[in-house]
Design a protein. Structure first.
Length: 288
């Protein structure tokens, strides 16, 4: 039995008025297939170009190993030069990914290849982030800590995307004091005997190709799997819903610091207890 996922609506192009009315206000995801921002990036950005522009940069790499209590917040699992990493991506499947790589800070010249688009809401200009992955690499199901509205521009290759709104929290085995679901779940092929609540979760799915843009509303859970080597850039806005804005502030200023403190105090027992609580709490919702 597959997950209950409906295809994300696709539009060829969209005006900012249509975006605000049809997707932003109701907080519904959409894929824009032919975004026209006059970007040089659409024709220039591929893995070879990134190798040329950032080849000497040492980049942080992450894989799909479970969280350990010794891990710092967003602490990488490995590092290598971008040129070596791109050669790795092209040569064979790898679980190593780059995420939250700020191109304005690392390679300012790349800013010449794109501009901040006007979708009718204010997009933050200083935090364009790049994400890279090799064939079959994937993220854990997570939501962004700041509950941002996200515009995810994809380049090269193909990426599978699975999304859930916050309304489905009770079915997703959400880990407390974190922004992830239980790491044992394979959202490409979930084991319903082990994770029975997922049979009730209702979400969205799509596959992104070069030049397509995915809009993810505030706080949406997302799982990304690279079907072939590629990369994406995310632009974001602050949360507009007051409740989501307060949730973001709590996550940033209290929750993550409390989690780090408890890891120091209790070590791996804290991580294991959180994972157990995610299972007990979620299964309780379907037996009530």
């Amino acid at each position: 039995m597959p997950l209950i996922l409906q295809e994300i609506q696709r539009v060829a192009t969209i005006t900012k008025e249509e975006f605000i009315t049809d997707f932003f206000k109701p907080q519904i995801p959409v894929v824009i297939e032919n975004f026209n921002g006059g970007w040089a990036a659409h024709s220039k950005w591929n893995l070879e170009y990134m190798k040329e522009m950032a080849g000497d940069k040492v980049v942080p790499l992450y894989d799909d190993r479970p969280v350990h209590h010794d891990d710092g917040f967003n602490e990488p699992h490995a590092e290598m030069k971008m040129s070596e990493y791109i050669e790795l991506l092209k040569s064979k499947p790898t679980k190593y990914r780059i995420f939250l790589w700020n191109i304005l800070k690392e390679v300012p010249a790349l800013q010449n290849d794109f501009s901040i688009p006007d979708f009718g809401i204010r997009i933050l200009k200083k935090v364009p982030m790049l994400f890279f992955g090799g064939e079959n690499s994937h993220t854990f199901m997570h939501h962004d800590i700041d509950f941002a509205n996200i515009f995810h521009f994809h380049f090269e290759g193909e990426k599978q995307c699975v999304l859930f709104p916050q309304s489905e929290n009770k079915y997703l085995y959400r880990v407390p004091f974190s922004i992830i679901t239980h790491e044992g779940i394979d959202f490409s092929n979930p084991d319903y005997d082990k994770w029975p609540a997922l049979k009730k979760a209702k979400g969205f799915k799509t596959k992104l190709k070069h030049g397509e843009v995915l809009y993810m509303p505030e706080g949406y859970w997302h799982y990304m799997k690279y079907l072939s080597p590629g990369f994406s850039m995310s632009l974001r806005t602050l949360a507009h819903n007051p409740i989501n804005f307060l949730e973001a502030a709590y996550n940033i200023f209290l929750m993550r610091h409390a989690d780090v403190l408890m890891r120091k105090i209790k070590g791996q027992k804290w991580i294991d207890a959180k994972n157990k609580r995610a299972i007990v709490r979620t299964n309780r919702t379907i037996s009530a």
